[in-house]
Write a protein that binds this ligand. Structure first.
Ligand code: TXA
Ligand code: MG
Length: 331
């Protein structure tokens, strides 16, 4: 199958493909998603096949606005209204009880809940609005690889397997949306993202719990994706917790280093083995996945040392992804 790249002028072509049940990747403010008509079982199943994703891992349902979500939710509690009003469109995914039978089981993984997301991206808003139906939207990477933050990353993983990619350039945030579960009380953040538990708590005016995600393979996890290997390049990743540690590492040509500009500058490592994460945590969020992919395309790199951040709730999302990529290995 030829994988076409669509710009704004070709959006109608992308809409037609989705309507016919084909897969089209789309940009969001967080990472690229892999779109398929959420109401059609056969198109949703193609998503699992293209990604190589376990079929018990449910998909996010991506909508153009709140009105498009309503027919698929059993109820929209006041707490959800508050969060939607404040954060949508934006990087917050909201878990609600599903309206029974409204979506195919392939989309919900057979769970009683559905995760709804309304991305802040004009191209994707127009794509879904023109289609008139929600699309499922897992990150558009091969399962276990870092999420894609450019159309080129998507093409690298899925070329020949999907009908097209809507190219919206580099994504802004770089890490996937915060997922908050409103089907329980108090609300629980299942996956940290740019929107922090504290911000959610302030808008709700109530306590919000954080799921730390210690899920073993035997458990039925609350956010099923949490039990799988994730974001992992072929090389072994190590989290470097203290900046001073970089200078003490025994680095050779098989080592890659990902760190902020100031730290990188003085390291005795060949330039091509350095990946600049930027000036601060926000830039590191934006660049983390691109860096892991940079080294994944270099088979001679056997270990990657990545700067850790310790900035409370602000760095929860970054450290969550990095810890998974590292499989818990710290130095
Ligand atoms: O920013 C994002 O959320 C991106 C962009 C493309 O929108 N999407 C994304 O989707 O990250 P995905 O499938 O890679 O991650 C969604 C996570 C998975 O861990 C999945 O298990 C969990 O959400 N999830 C989806 N539906 C769920 C449900 N009903 N209950 C619990 N967890 C759910
Ligand atoms: Mg994903």
């Amino acid at each position: 199958m030829e994988t076409k790249i669509f710009k704004r002028e070709q959006l109608d072509e992308a809409v037609s493909l989705l309507r016919e049940g084909e897969l089209v990747a789309f940009p969001t403010e967080t990472v690229y998603g892999l779109g398929a008509l959420a109401t059609r079982d056969d198109s949703v199943k193609k998503v699992y096949a293209a990604k190589g994703r376990p079929s018990d891992n449910p998909l996010i349902v991506t909508v153009a606005d709140e009105a498009m979500m309503r027919p698929y939710a059993k109820e929209v509690p006041e707490r959800a209204e508050k969060l939607i009003k404040h954060f949508w469109p934006g990087p917050l995914t909201i878990l609600l009880l599903a309206k029974e039978g409204a979506l195919p089981e392939s989309a919900t993984g057979g769970l009683p809940t559905v995760a709804f997301r309304c991305p802040d991206d004009q191209l994707t808003h127009d794509l879904i609005a023109k289609l008139g139906y929600p699309i499922v939207g897992p990150s558009a990477n091969t399962s276990t690889k870092p999420s894609p933050t450019t159309a080129q990353h998507v093409y690298h993983d899925l070329k020949g397997k999907i009908a097209g990619i809507v190219d919206g350039g580099e994504t802004e945030v770089g890490l996937e949306s915060t997922i908050v579960d409103l089907s329980v009380n108090p609300a629980v953040v299942l996956r940290p993202g740019k929107i922090t538990p504290e911000e959610i708590s302030q808008v709700l005016g109530e306590e919000v719990l954080i799921n730390r995600g210690h899920v073993s393979d035997k458990d039925v996890p609350k956010a099923p994706g949490m039990k799988y290997r994730h974001y992992a390049p072929s090389a072994q990743v190590y989290v470097v917790d203290q900046a001073e540690t970089f200078a003490k590492l025994d680095l050779d040509v098989s080592c890659g280093v990902m760190a902020t500009s100031d730290l990188l500058e003085n390291l005795p490592v060949p330039e091509e083995n350095k990946f600049n994460l930027g000036k601060n945590l926000t830039e590191a969020d934006h660049n983390l996945f691109a860096g892991l992919r940079y080294f994944d395309d270099r088979p001679e790199i056997k270990s990657i040392y990545v700067e850790g951040f310790d900035q409370g709730e602000e760095s929860l999302a970054y450290m969550n992804r990095l810890n998974k990529a590292a499989g818990g290995h710290h130095v």
